[in-house]
Design a protein around this ligand. Structure first.
Ligand code: GLN
Length: 253
């Protein structure tokens, strides 16, 4: 018995190590444990805080909804592109990762109602003279693989004329711009604003605002309908009882 326990603990540790930068789990009910995939560092939606704890708006919303609806889950921080692939390949049941609801993604995902409104934006290093998209002509642009921001940059690439470099996570992308290897990056406004507030040496030019990009919880199209229904019902409940506002305020005020 003792040996079995040791093995169980060791494999649980191996799983959490494999999960990457952070993971969290919630236990509220009995029965099925849903595997939810998320990004690594996308503050304030998911990130590892200074105490080494994996936190964020998405992390807290998921936990509050799971408690409200009585389901168990394991949250795996895989990276944005990897999280989407995990859901498509059946390795995860759902994704919450500041994921924009787009028509293209609706072909392969079912989305919840939006739980947060963001916009796409461009950011440059502090002091850059790039102040709108047209100023990117002949420049180098950093994007994060598989994101709405990457698609936005690609949609302007041939008309404006710039080079694109892809990164798999936001902090590495920011660092490349700060170091001057690339001239600008594309990121969601609330995420860029949060990182700038924390000291990232980046700025958002006035002419850099892109289209609105509402966030939703997603499952693979045609699968896990019960999970999607619970997410939507739980979201309604946590909005009605004030928990949702408390969570948003705790990261943005
Ligand atoms: N909102 C963007 C998208 O869905 C970026 C999400 C992310 O980087 N976690 O593509």
């Amino acid at each position: 018995m003792k040996k079995l326990l040791t093995i169980a603990v060791a494999s649980a540790m191996a799983v959490s190590l494999l999960a990457g930068c952070g993971s969290a789990s919630g236990s509220a009910g009995s029965g099925k444990k849903y595997v939810i995939a998320t990004d690594t560092q996308f503050a304030p939606f998911e990130f590892t805080d200074s105490n080494g704890k994996f936190v964020g708006i998405d992390v807290d919303i998921l936990d509050a909804i799971a408690k409200d609806q009585g389901f168990d889950y394991e949250l795996n921080s895989l990276g944005f592109d990897a999280a989407l692939i995990a859901v498509q390949s059946g390795q995860a049941d759902g994704v919450i990762a500041g994921m924009s609801i787009t028509d293209a993604r609706k072909e392969t995902f079912d989305f919840s109602e939006s739980y947060y409104d963001a916009e796409a934006t461009m950011a440059t290093a502090v002091g850059s003279d790039i102040d709108d998209f047209n100023a990117l002509a002949g420049k180098k642009v950093a994007v994060k693989t598989g994101t709405n921001g990457a698609d936005f940059a690609k949609s302007m690439q041939s008309s404006i004329g710039f080079e694109i470099t892809e990164f798999s996570d936001s902090p590495t992308m920011y660092q490349d711009v700060i170091a001057g290897n690339t001239d600008a990056c594309f990121e969601d406004y609330p995420v860029m604003a949060y990182n700038i507030k924390l000291g990232a040496q980046l700025e958002i030019p006035d002419g850099a605002q892109g289209a609105g990009t509402p966030y939703g919880f997603a499952v693979k199209k045609g699968e896990n309908a019960e999970l999607l229904t619970m997410f939507e019902q739980g979201l309604k409940n946590i909005k009605a009882n004030g928990t949702y506002d408390k969570i948003i305020d705790s990261y943005t005020k």
